[in-house]
Write a protein that binds this ligand. Structure first.
Ligand SMILES: [Ca+2]
Ligand SMILES: [Ca+2]
Length: 251
């Protein structure tokens, strides 16, 4: 009798172990959000072992864009935003403001060569300016202005014999900004290596550099819009009496 009980108990254990082996493992996907936007599937969703899950980040509105993945499992996300659920996974979707409008800065703040500020997760470094006869000018300055000389709203950035270097760490595929050009020459640099030193911004209209198409639309009275369509990692603009504003980008 005792032996029979033991046999039944052993069988029960064997059946339970076998069942556990047959049941698929279920793993949880945790998603944190920085900035304004959402991701599908939603955080806390569970998936069977080895499911390949496509993550879809969606910015809250046109003022935000998805920049990059973070979190402990972010390195496992492939270029199509897919992740393999071979364990519990945790990722962070980072959304950033999709424009720099200089509105968070103090009017009349002056920057010199070597100064840096950050806006919308974009680092803006000030660098030397090159004159039309290729003299390097280190003594220029930039200022946060409020006369809308670039044709935008609120504050803009005045570049006076200085260049502003916009560093887009995570890359972007479209960049557009407003400008007001009231004298002197202009420096333009793209993706660390392509440099243009020209009399007027409009000369760049139609230029293709590094597979980036530049278009310039003039609005009259020195004002206009420049758009770069293509993969832009870094962008330098400088002038002598140049104002820029509403720097909008799509990542
Ligand atoms: Ca502005
Ligand atoms: Ca000019």
């Amino acid at each position: 009798m005792r032996r029979k009980k033991l046999l039944v108990a052993s069988l029960v254990v064997i059946v339970m172990v076998s069942l556990a082996a047959c049941l698929p493992n279920i793993f949880k996907l945790t998603i944190k959000i920085n900035g304004q936007g959402s991701v599908t599937p939603k955080s806390g969703s569970r998936f069977v072992k080895n499911a390949v899950v496509k993550l879809q980040p969606t910015p809250e509105n046109d003022d935000w864009c998805f920049a990059y993945w973070g979190g402990s499992n972010s390195s496992e996300i492939d270029e199509w935003n897919r992740i393999l659920m071979d364990g519990n996974k945790s990722v962070t979707a980072n959304f950033v403001k999709s424009y720099v409008d200089f509105s968070n800065l103090v009017v009349n703040t002056v920057y010199h060569v070597g100064d840096v500020f950050t806006d919308s997760a974009v680092g803006i470094n000030f660098e030397s300016f090159t004159s039309l006869d290729y003299q390097i000018i280190e003594s220029g300055c930039a200022k946060i202005d409020h006369y809308q000389s670039a044709g935008g709203q609120g504050q803009d950035l005045f570049l006076n014999n200085i260049c502003a270097n916009f560093d887009f760490v995570h890359g972007l595929y479209r960049l557009t900004f407003l400008y007001g050009e009231y004298g002197g020459n202009v420096n333009l640099g793209i993706n660390n290596g392509h440099f243009y030193n020209i009399e007027n911004i409009s000369e760049l209209d139609g230029l293709i550099v590094d597979d980036i198409l530049i278009t310039v639309t003039e609005y009259g009275n020195g004002q206009g819009r420049m758009t770069l369509n293509g993969t832009v990692g870094n962008f330098v603009i400088g002038g002598q009496e140049l104002w820029i504003d509403s720097v909008k980008f799509d990542m």
